[in-house]
Design a protein around this ligand. Sequence first.
Ligand SMILES: Cc1cc2nc3c(=O)[nH]c(=O)nc-3n(C[C@H](O)[C@H](O)[C@H](O)COP(=O)(O)OP(=O)(O)OC[C@H]3O[C@@H](n4cnc5c(N)ncnc54)[C@H](O)[C@@H]3O)c2cc1C
Length: 477
Amino acid sequence: MAKVAIIGAGFAGHTAALYLGDALGKNHDITMINLHEHFHYIPSWVWVAVGRMPVEQTRFPLRPVYDKKNIRLLYGAAKEVHPDEQYVLVERKSDGKEERVEYDYLLIATGPKLNYEATEGLGPKHNYTQSICTAPHAVASSEAYLAQVARMKNGQKSTFVIGTGHATSTCQGAAFEYITNLHKDMVRRGVRDMAELRWLSNEQAVGDFGVRGVHAKYKGGIVSSEDFIKAAFKEYGIKWDVQKAVYKVDEDTIYWENFEGEYGEMKYDFAMLIPQFKGIALNYIGKDGEDVSGKVVNASNFVIVDGIYGLPHDKMINKSTSWPELYQNPNYDNIFAAGIAFAPPGSISKPHVTPNGTTIVAAPPRTGMVSGIIGRIVAMNIIDLIKKGRMTHSERMTEMAAACIASMGDSLWDGSAATIMIYPVVPDFKRYPNEHGRDMFVTHMEMGLGGAWMKRMIHTTFMYKLQGKFGWKMIPE
Ligand SMILES: Cc1cc2nc3c(=O)[nH]c(=O)nc-3n(C[C@H](O)[C@H](O)[C@H](O)COP(=O)(O)OP(=O)(O)OC[C@H]3O[C@@H](n4cnc5c(N)ncnc54)[C@H](O)[C@@H]3O)c2cc1C
């Protein structure tokens, strides 16, 4: 009987668990170690944070799902991984005691550490800026936003700054959804004329989203995501500032450095800025008690896998094989990583170094869809290894498609959404020798009410799929 341990029940780990439980649950030992007893459907936190959806609607309990799939849920925090002795040390939430979980195969899918500390004053701890990156933060954002609405109803103007809070933040798509949902909600509440809405980000250009922007055929020509998103900002009266790295915030001011190395500031009444993401820090301990983290993770705590690391950006981005295909650690071949936890070989967007030496770049997003796909690939390979002794699945981000539907208001009557279909996620300049490195037939952008319906439908279908209900496998990641 093989033992499989997974750390983290997010899009990557939970998707993997469903496949593993389905194929192996009855005959093998599968353990999910997770900090929460619920699965959280993170994309809908944007609606929570404008007070349009109760947070309860964005989660479901994991235990009944795992009972059905013969997976053990260990509710607790993984603290140490012992790769030589093949066990994870977990602090159980139930009684605070430690438990050893032994494994033959380990999947690390711990998602991001929200590194607020990298930006002075950033994040809910200081009570200056908001976040939508955890469920409690999304609820707190909604309360802070509704307090601003009350102020505006009393005749006071408010400035809202939404975007990124560090030189190397990622997840601009979520911030974009939030600013457009704020706009729509303010219109609905009759206070939009009292608000100034500002986009502030580390992207090279509006619409970069950490994927180098998108170019697609549209109405007989080529349209860029820059023009596409700028048009939305213009329509909604949102001002934008890009090429800016936020390095400090205080109670009413955001401080930034731009591409030219100039420093400036921006006043705010309400700000939601996405922090830098790092990997979750676990202790990796060898058989003699020595620190072996250098064999498992990089300096940012992302798990090293089968990518090619350390190439200059220009070389890396022109070499599709620098992106991993198996998500397998080169030093411990029974350790895999999926989702935000794996170390990408670099950024997709081109990094910019300011005259002061600050690197500003939108880090590569590993979205829910990408994380789910990687979770499935890893699960299928672990199943292969247990059943056949060899792996048969692989998929690089240079071969992966992703759909991004950014809602711009949740209403099914007057809502809208920017729908961006992108293939491949990481440009492949050899297979697609146009200047964007993408398949111009598949890559596509649309804006309109249809997207709002699709976004709502995706919430419902994913909440269904991820509970492993009848036919779940037919709904793609
Ligand atoms: C507001 C918002 C909106 C978004 N919208 C979209 C969208 O519309 N579409 C899209 O594709 N993507 C979207 N994303 C991105 C998407 O949510 C992430 O890409 C995705 O969640 C990453 O999945 P993951 O499994 O790697 O990590 P997570 O989903 O973060 O899961 C990690 C899990 O590991 C657990 N964990 C961490 N450390 C430990 C430990 N030591 N022990 C045990 N468990 C641990 C965590 O509790 C968590 O359950 C959005 C993100 C945000 C913040």
